[in-house]
Design a binder for this molecule. Structure first.
Ligand code: SF4
Length: 113
């Protein structure tokens, strides 16, 4: 084995790569905003039941159409956190994700903080 190969750093594990990249499992977006008004799937009329029209996802404040991956300055998370100055409660940290992932793989309860 050449000296160069022997000194090459080992590739990162997936856990290490997530941490190194600052990965966020659930960053702030319309989908996890308390004002998100989810879509309703349309259903055609069946027998005596009338059709249910499709409704797109809407912003509960402005009433305009959004995408689950959208975001605006008025985002509010389930813990009341906002984009400016509030703690980053909406995002799962890499460590929290790792614990949850390990728990799923092992079939055990995730360890608490
Ligand atoms: S547009 Fe803003 S306030 Fe409305 S649901 Fe999306 S993030 Fe929330």
């Amino acid at each position: 084995m050449s000296e160069e190969l022997a000194e090459a750093p080992a590739p990162l594990t997936k856990k290490e790569a997530r941490k190194a990249q600052g990965f966020e499992m659930a960053p702030a977006r319309c989908l996890n905003c308390t004002r998100f008004d989810p879509p309703r799937h349309g259903v055609p009329p069946i027998g005596d039941r009338p059709a249910v029209p499709y409704k797109p996802p809407l912003c509960g404040i402005g009433g305009f159409e959004v995408r689950p991956s959208s975001i605006c300055d008025e985002w509010v998370g389930k813990g009341g956190e906002t984009l400016d100055g509030a703690p980053e409660v909406a995002n799962i940290t890499t460590e929290q994700f790792d614990r949850a992932f390990d728990a799923v793989v092992s079939g055990s309860e995730p360890a608490s903080e």
